[in-house]
Design a protein around this ligand. Sequence first.
Ligand code: HEC
Ligand code: HEC
Length: 275
Amino acid sequence: MKRKGKLFVVPFLMAFMLVAVGCEDKYVAKGHKAYSRYCAPCHGDTGNGSGYNAKNMDPVPRDLTDGDEDYMAKLSNDEIFEVLQLGGYGVDLSGGMPVWGKVFSEEELWSLVAYVRTLHPNEENEIVFTKPDSKEALFNTKRVRYPMVREKKFDELLESLAPDEEAFDEQVAVGEEIYAEVGCNACHRVNGEGGTLGPNLSAAGFMLQPQFIFRWIMNPQSFVPKTRMPNLDLNEADALAISLYVSTLKEASLQNEVLQEEGDAEDGDTEAGGV
Ligand code: HEC
Ligand code: HEC
């Protein structure tokens, strides 16, 4: 008898789950989808901060479920929107939380906020997407698009910011600092440190020209529209310094291993290959 009882519960639970998922609000569902692809590697599928990329991070990705403390519950919808749009370094938090305002439209960002709100109890107002009594959208639905950065841009900047060897070395040193500040290390490993969401860059200098690195980091989406690497909204001078720094990474022992990894990275190798 006992056994029969249990068997009965399982299909019942499954039916209930299907109903619950089916009821998910359209915008929450949209936010959920984007979350799974772009946020879960760090924040975890359930939002508790245990994504596979969280292991090597300091500070660790925020527990969005408020498992240990009431933190998210105290943030307003606007505050969550702002940190998504501007990233950690845009709001005086860690650069390990990337900038998303150059990847998602305003409406998509609010959809993400709406989904994040479902992960913890809170008393904030529900996010409204359309004007009262009409279907007109309240938020801009246009995705931010930047044209591909011109090849000449890099040459011009190099000439003005690093005209000789001394200036070049200075730029490399500056680039190393900014690289950590804006959170490149959250996703890329260099010499045994950093995340694993993106390819290991310890030997990137063997494979990638600084000119390509510059154009890639200024707007990765212009090469690979669905890449998990966000456009970090870097200014040109910072992007130049970072690209020169990355182009000096030449850890010989890793050369083959890294080539292998980059070949596996989604789409990235084809686009980068020809440049
Ligand atoms: C590379 C890892 C990484 C990814 C990817 C990432 N985050 Fe984060 N996130 C962090 C880290 C680290 C923090 C903690 C920053 C701090 O406290 O200084 C954080 C903090 C946050 C916070 C709390 C902000 C606050 O005000 O304290 C929210 C909300 C958040 N992330 C949402 C998201 C969403 C939504 C996405 C996907 C669009 C995302 N994160 C993608 C690493 C990441
Ligand atoms: C949220 C994670 C994340 C952050 C932050 C990030 N990257 Fe990436 N990066 C990736 C991923 C994922 C790829 C693989 C590209 C793809 O989608 O094909 C990548 C690819 C690259 C590549 C190789 C491009 C190619 O096609 O071979 C370089 C170089 C690079 N990133 C540099 C940087 C630099 C420099 C920064 C900081 C300005 C940075 N990344 C920040 C995730 C990230």
